[in-house]
Every structure is written in C-alpha cells, then in structure tokens.
Ligand binder design. Structure first.
Ligand SMILES: *Cc1c(COP(=O)(O)O)cnc(C)c1O
Length: 496
C-alpha cells in the first residue's frame, strides 16, 4: 500500500506522518494538514466492504488514509469505539423518506454526530503519542458551539497522558448542551464559558495555539498543545467512513447498483462533515452533488453562489447553534484541493486581514462542479420539522431540518431523482424545546419537562444519556472574558 504523508494547506513545514499530524493538530504555518495523495476506493474495494460490520468498514477505510497505523491497531480501536454498547441504536442507520436517505449519526454517548469521530480520535491520539515517542502530556483545547465540547469530553475523559479544556460561548449553546458539559465527569477535564460567541471562542483557541510564549511555559511544565476541533485530521478520517458505509448499505438494500452516483446533503457549520464527504468523492466514492446546507448564518451559501467569502455580516443566534459559524475552518482544505497551497495562503491572509476573499474564476468553477449551497431560515426549520413529523411520523432535530429543507429544495428545483444521503446530525431530544415548539405552542419552560412532553407527543423515547442528565450535579460553572482564556488554560494545567 502506498504510504501517505501529510502537508500543510499553506505549503510550509514539510511532510509528516498521520500520527504526527494527529498529535500536532494545526501545522506550524497556521495551515491544516492534508494528505499528499488520495487513496482510491475502487468498486472492488466497496464490494469487499459490503459484507462487513461498521467497525470493520471503519478500520478498512481509515487504514487507507492512516498508513502508519496497522490494520490490526485500527480494528482493535474501532471495535471498542463503535461497539453496540456505545452506539445502542446502531452506528449509522438509514431512514428513508421521499428521495432522502437520512443517515442517523447521533446514536453515540452524547447524541450528536461528533461522537462518530470523537469516540475513535482519542485512541488514534494515544497511539500517535506512542508512535512519535512523546513523553509529555497532551493538553487539548476545544472551542465548541455545543456538540463538539461534550463529545470531546466524553471521548477523552480519563485517558492517560491527556488533559482537555473546553471553552463555549456562554449564550451560544442550548440549555441541554450546557448542562451536558457542566456536569461532565472525569479527572482530566475542565469546562469554561466565555463572554462572546463561537467565533470568539475559536479565534481565542487558535491564538493560544500559535502563542509561542504560552507554549514554552507549558513545555517547561511537561505539556504540549493538541486540538480535537474538526481541523484535526484525526476527526476527518472517521467521518469519511459513514459516507462509504451508507453507500454500501444502499447497495445492500438494492436501491442502487455498484457505480451509481448518489447525492449527499450535510447541515454544515465548520465544513468538516461535508468535507469528509467530498474526500470520499475525491477518493472515488460515486457521489455527484454535495449540498451544503446552512442556517441564516449563510456565509457558505453566498460563497458557493458567488465565489466570494465574506464574514463581515451580523452573527445570528439560531435554533441550530452548532451551525452558528461565520468562519468555516475546513473550507481551507477545499481551497487547497481546488487552488493549491500558494493561492490558499493568500486567501487566508485576506480573510485574516479584511474578513473576506474572492477565489479566482477557475477555482470557483472547480468548486461549483461538486457543491451546491442552500440555506434555511428559522421559520423554515420549524416548518420542516412539522411537515416531516406530520407526513411520516418521523422526528428530526433543528440541524437535520436545515439539511432536509435544502435537500428537498434541490430535488424540487432540479428534478434530480438520485437518492440524497442526508446527514442527521443530532437526536431531536438534544434540542427538545425548539423541536417541540415547532410542533405545538405548549412548550414547558423547564428543558427536562420539554423532553418529557416531546416524548409523549411523538410516542418515542428520549435517549438515556439525555434523560439521566436531570439528576446530575453541576461541576463547572465558571464564566470568563475572552481575553482571559490563556490564563484559564494555565490555571487548569496547574501553572498559575
Ligand atoms: C457540529 C455540528 C454540525 C456541523 O458540522 P460541521 O462539521 O462543523 O460542518 C451540524 N449539526 C450538529 C448537530 C453538529 O453538532
């Protein structure tokens, strides 16, 4: 098998192994790691995957990209990460309505799709520390708009030689998400709210990562920084798996034949999940269009329609908070594939300086070949939840609703009848008050009563990890200014 090395989207810093890329998170020049070549998912390979369990499919697909990990190592890790105990409802089951094939990615411990990557990522990091001979403790910093934080905390809790600090925007996450994080167990975790929005949290974390002084203080104390955000390559590869697996499942159900193209629709924030689907496409998975679905923070919709990325606009808080993002970090990886490192560097410099950039016409053409941009207003989100429930008795969350609206709109506009694999990214119970208010005017003030009411109305059961939150006690209730984030990190590391 061909060895794959990792390079920066901005062109500096040489080549490293995937273990090094996972350990490091961000490249030294501020760019993101990308493979120096892409493996091929041939039809024969897909045929071989059909007969396998999800864990086996995951180990197989990941081994194509992580060539310095052995198949045996990956299989051992995947079997633990994707066990029936961790994913009680199955890893990535498909529910069908209209020409949508809704890929339920939220059956893991925190009820959102981030578990798909964050249950396996700590194991990849743990092996990376061994493989690279690292003896310091990894200090993981996470900026979250809600779901990543909890999923990372759950994935990394009590893992040896790793500590994790999570920052979230104090008014930018749902009440249930906040309770999930504030009650987190484990001896190596810290959770802090900041006064600001998600972009403030993400910029703050990026700033700490590139601050040489803080890094040197930490190093003297036996630590080094690592990231769990979706900019880490270790997050992306596990996400490629479920698109491949969904394709195999559609082959199994006889809905498509080997080689038939499908479309994919992803409710998008940081552009990680949809980029994983694009990677699968570039590696040969028969995908035609990728529908990028945004809420009213529709900076990506505008980019895909005009070629100009402009974050200078009002940030809006919506009922799909995990997509309330104006800087979609992983878009840089798409730019790199479409335009190369030199142009990507200049686009990113313009973004940092002016908050905007326009891509060259040839780059824009390439991107438009695969991507369609759509968005969904708050009213449309509610309306979609209501329609899908009334027509099919099927409950979707606020993020998934954004995807479903854009997928249906695409099909209606174009007459394209291909199946659309639509990522369902969270359990409806994780956003119970907003899902409920889309169905009925009677919404209890208390979030747990909203869960009960949603359960009664839909005659479905709330997932156990959410139902049991009620009894848990808050461990972390600090809120700091965004300028105080570095200090918070040092405090947690026991340095200040
Ligand atoms: C993180 C998240 C998204 C956005 O995924 P990206 O990879 O950031 O584009 C969508 N929905 C939910 C529920 C999420 O948690």
């Amino acid at each position: 098998m061909k060895e794959i090395k990792y390079v920066s989207t901005r062109g500096e810093g040489g080549k490293v192994t995937s273990a090094q890329a996972i350990k490091q998170g961000l490249c030294s020049d501020g760019g993101l790691f990308m493979p120096d070549s892409l493996p091929l998912l041939t039809p024969e390979y897909l045929e071989k995957l059909r007969g396998m369990s999800y864990a086996e499919r995951a180990a197989n697909v990941m081994s194509l990209y992580l060539t310095d990990y052995t198949y045996e190592e990956l299989l051992e890790d995947c079997e633990k990460a994707y066990s029936a105990e961790k994913f009680k409802g199955g890893c990535a089951p498909i529910k069908a309505t209209e020409n949508l094939r809704i890929l339920e990615l939220w059956h893991g411990p925190t009820c959102a799709f981030k578990d798909m990557a964050l249950q396996i990522m700590p194991r990849l990091l743990s092996r990376a520390l061994d493989k690279t001979g690292e003896d310091k403790t990894a200090l993981i910093l996470v900026a979250t708009s809600g779901d990543t934080g909890k999923a990372a905390l759950e994935g990394y809790r009590d893992v040896d030689k790793i500590k994790i600090q999570v920052f979230y925007p104090v008014d930018g996450v749902s009440r249930i998400q906040k309770k999930q994080m504030q009650t987190q167990g484990g001896n190596n975790v810290c959770v802090t709210a900041i006064k600001g929005n998600f972009d403030d949290a993400q910029s703050g974390v990026k700033k700490i990562f590139s601050d040489k002084e803080t890094a040197s203080v930490l190093e003297k104390n036996g630590y080094f920084f690592s990231s769990a955000n979706s900019i880490n390559w270790g997050r992306l590869v596990p996400q490629v798996v479920y698109y491949v697996s969904a394709y195999c499942d559609l082959l199994d159900s006889g809905e498509i034949s080997l080689g038939d193209k499908v479309n994919v629709c992803v409710p998008t924030g940081n552009f990680g999940n949809i980029f994983a689907a694009y990677l699968a496409k570039r590696s040969g998975l028969p995908i035609d269009k990728l529908i990028c679905a945004s809420n009213v923070n529709n900076v990506l919709t505008d980019f895909l329609n005009t070629g100009v990325y402009d974050r200078n606009r009002t940030f809006r808080t919506t009922m799909s908070p995990s997509m309330d993002i104006l800087i979609s970090s992983n878009l840089e990886r798409l730019l790199y594939l479409a335009a190369g490192a030199e142009k990507t560097s200049s686009y990113m410099a313009a973004l940092a300086k002016d908050g905007k950039y326009g891509v060259d016409p040839d780059v824009f053409e390439k991107i438009k070949e695969s991507f369609i941009g759509g968005f969904c207003t708050e009213e449309e989100t509610s309306k979609t939840i209501r329609e899908i429930f009334e027509k099919y008795g099927y409950l979707i969350d606020t993020h998934t609703a954004v995807g479903v609206k854009c997928a249906r709109e695409y099909a209606a506009k174009t007459g394209d009848t291909r199946p659309i694999i639509t990522a369902s990214t969270a359990s409806p119970y994780k956003f119970a008050p907003d899902v409920l208010s889309s169905l009925t005017p009677d919404v209890p003030e208390d979030e747990f009563e909203a869960i009960d009411a949603l359960s009664a109305l839909s005659k479905t059961e709330a997932p156990a990890p959410l139902a049991s939150l009620r009894e848990k006690t808050v461990r972390f209730d600090r809120t700091v200014e965004k300028e105080e984030m570095t200090r918070e990190v040092l405090r947690f590391a026991g340095i200040e």
